[in-house]
Design a protein around this ligand. Structure first.
Ligand code: PEP
Ligand code: CO
Length: 441
């Protein structure tokens, strides 16, 4: 197997590992561990994303802002999967469109930070950089970047992916389970009840089909792909392998990798890394991006103009999306590049509540998706998907939604390791709203 030689380019947001020998040992271990995903799966996902770019499917990406080792449990993974499956059924049924399902899961263990140092009561420590790098607790020893955590993140990702493969291929994701996914706290909510009525319709349709003798295989399994931010070049490079079938390099740490808003510098190591691997990739685009620089990145990331290869995940903020998105979409579309446009309505809408909690308002999240659909409708381009931070639990991290979660509720169950996530009710409610937007697109 030929080793890929990586050029020495500027790389921002990389941890400073104090123990170089430990880093070398961890990377050597990662380089020989088995792949978590296969090249063929990545290629199939590229094909699916190509369909979404043409408006023949819709992409739903959902999961934690930051996964943690502590929450890498069967219950937590099942709850997140259930949320995505429920949302996906809502979108598929309401809009009659296939939904390509991706989780921010099985690898989302690295976080870029706006401040590299965190200060509490005069004590300065390295900021929390994700469980694959250091500990979330504000503790001097735990905050030192520890390369052994890279190996732990690989194993945690493998375990999560194994369970997800079992759930999605082994019967849990069977459409006849459509009611079972709704059985807990969410059932009594407004969105949960609306879902229940829709599930009853689906049940009737399935029984009818079965009575007619049709029982397609497609109803018993779902395709579910793992996505995370390609932030740590140490980790991602160690897991980049030359595929024996095609001779091409794939990052086998996940199916879909994206470059974040903070690491998308032209000429930087992250863009170069993403341009090298054959996986489908994404790039976040925030409100300060210029149309020219976005187009330049698009040329670097997808020179062969492969449909589905590149998603631009726009995260402008509800108040800015209508103003800043059009010129970027126009510039890229005029070039003829087959880009998949995805809306991340989370990262441009974060604010600090009076209680000090980092939060987001459900109305802003909906508002940005509305703006995204509006811009694409006006330009005649395709709004191809959404990318949200969510969890399957009854957390209180984002305000708003039909249960009227208010700022004074935030302290009740605020559990995120990084950004505030939609809880399951809010996620389901969002799915119904997006389904309506899809019908009108
Ligand atoms: C994220 O997706 O968690 C993230 C950090 O997003 P962005 O790069 O868009 O800020
Ligand atoms: Co986030």
């Amino acid at each position: 197997m030929s080793e890929i030689v990586w050029p020495d380019l500027p790389a921002v947001q990389q941890p400073v590992w104090p123990d170089e020998a430990a880093l070398s040992a961890a990377l050597a271990e990662l380089r020989v561990l088995p792949p978590l995903v296969f090249a063929g799966e990545c290629d199939l996902l590229t094909e699916r994303l190509g369909q979404a770019a043409r408006g023949e499917a819709f992409v739903l990406t959902g999961g934690d802002c930051a996964e943690t080792f502590a929450a890498n449990t069967a219950d937590s993974i099942r709850a997140r999967l259930k949320t995505v499956l429920q949302m996906s059924v809502v979108l598929t049924y309401a809009a009659s469109l296939p939904v390509v399902k991706l989780g921010r899961v099985a690898g989302q263990y690295f976080k870029p930070r706006s401040k590299s140092i965190e200060v509490r009561d005069g004590v300065e420590l390295t900021s929390y950089l994700g469980d694959a790098v250091n500990a979330i607790e504000f503790d001097a020893a735990g905050r030192v970047p520890d390369p052994a955590r890279l190996v732990k993140a690989y194993h945690a990702s493998g375990a999560a992916l194994n369970l997800i493969r079992a759930f999605t291929q082994g019967g849990y994701a069977d459409l006849r389970q459509v009611h079972a996914w709704n059985q807990d706290f969410v059932r009594e909510s407004v969105a949960g009840q609306r879902y229940e009525r829709m599930a009853a319709d689906i049940d009737r349709a399935l029984s009818f089909m079965q009575a007619c003798g049709a029982d397609p295989e497609e109803f018993t399994r779902v395709e579910f792909y793992a996505a995370h931010e390609a932030l740590s070049l140490d980790y991602e490079r160690a897991l980049t392998r030359t595929d024996s079938r095609t001779g091409l390099p794939y990052d086998v740490s996940g199916h879909f990798l994206w470059i974040g808003e903070r690491t998308r510098q032209l000429g930087g190591a992250h863009l170069h890394f993403a341009s090298t691997i054959r996986n489908p990739i994404g790039m976040k685009v925030g409100p300060t991006a210029s149309p020219d620089e976005v187009l330049e990145a698009v040329e670097i990331l997808n020179p062969d103009r492969v449909p589905g290869r590149l998603s631009l995940i726009t995260r402008m903020g509800a108040g800015k999306v209508r103003e800043v998105l059009p010129s970027i979409v126009q510039k890229v579309e005029a070039s003829g590049h087959p880009v998949l446009w995805i809306c991340d309505p989370m990262h441009g809408n974060t604010f600090e509540a009076g209680s000090g909690h980092k939060t987001r308002s459900f109305d802003d999240v909906v508002g940005e998706v509305e703006g995204f659909f509006e811009v694409h409708r006006q330009l005649g381009t395709v709004p191809g998907g959404i990318h949200v931070e969510l969890t399957g639990d009854d957390v209180t991290e984002c305000v708003g939604g039909s249960t009227g979660l208010a700022e004074h509720h935030l302290g009740e169950r605020y559990e995120t390791a990084c950004d505030p996530r939609l809880n399951r009710e809010q996620s389901l409610e969002l799915a119904f709203l997006v389904a309506d937007m899809l019908l009108a697109r």
